[in-house]
Design a binder for this molecule. Structure first.
Ligand code: ADP
Ligand code: NI
Length: 207
């Protein structure tokens, strides 16, 4: 099968897999991560672009927040898909990278050292910061019915603003690649600006 057809069937597999996810984790997140990963890789020539694209497309197909207890079944399904698609040669590497990509996998600095992971992880992290990251955070918070801010906890309680401190503001310093680091600066500054304005408006409401 030609590479462009392999990309096409991977897109279809991913779209079907993500139907039950929240809309901040939708197909367009995958598409942005794919494009960002290809851009970073283009600047840095760290990995084979085809493998970068396949990995970026599949990177959220076994997310524990949505797969429940069935994460291993999801990895098996991804493995079967890659074998059926004549991509058995990259199966182990792609699945290892996907397993290590998530911020929430308790390995923020990653257990494996693979340039493929570095590229796709940077792209995924960039999509969690900046204006899009803010939109996704409030979308996720709404999906979970979380409050936007808890002033009693000084911003750090279980709220979407709290999530900025738990995750979003630390991502800039976790970037792997030079291009990722550069792109993260502007997005990080935007988070800071947003918080500054948010607190300013909050205080204007009295209290
Ligand atoms: P990833 O899959 O990129 O490792 P997650 O699955 O943890 O990250 O998060 C996906 C998106 O949902 C990100 O934009 C993240 O900031 C947002 N998100 C995750 N947890 C929360 C939360 N508790 N409150 C607000 N947004 C969240
Ligand atoms: Ni993602």
């Amino acid at each position: 099968m030609e590479r462009k057809d392999l990309i096409k069937i991977t897109e279809e597999f991913v779209k079907a897999k993500m139907k039950g996810y929240d809309s901040g984790h939708d197909w367009w997140h995958i598409d942005r991560v794919r494009r960002l990963a290809l851009h970073i890789n283009d600047k840095e020539s760290l990995a084979n672009p085809f493998v970068v694209e396949i990995t970026a497309l599949l990177h959220d197909s076994a997310d524990s927040k949505f797969a429940g207890d069935d994460v291993e079944a999801c990895y098996n399904r991804i493995g079967d898909f890659l074998e059926e698609s004549e991509l058995a040669g990259i199966k182990k590497r792609v699945i290892d990278v996907i397993r290590n990509i998530s911020f929430s996998n308790k390995n923020p600095s990653s257990a494996i050292s693979d340039s493929l992971l570095h590229v796709v992880q940077d792209a995924d992290r960039l999509d969690a910061i900046g204006a899009i990251g803010i939109a996704r955070a409030f979308n996720y918070g709404g999906f979970r019915n979380n409050i936007i801010y808890n002033p009693d906890a000084n911003g750090r309680g279980k709220s979407t603003i709290g999530h900025f401190y738990e995750k979003l503001l630390v991502l800039k310093d976790l970037m792997n690649t030079e291009t990722g680091k550069k792109l993260a600066i502007e997005r990080h500054n935007f988070l800071e600006m947003f918080l500054e304005q948010f607190y300013k408006e909050w205080d204007q409401q009295g209290n």
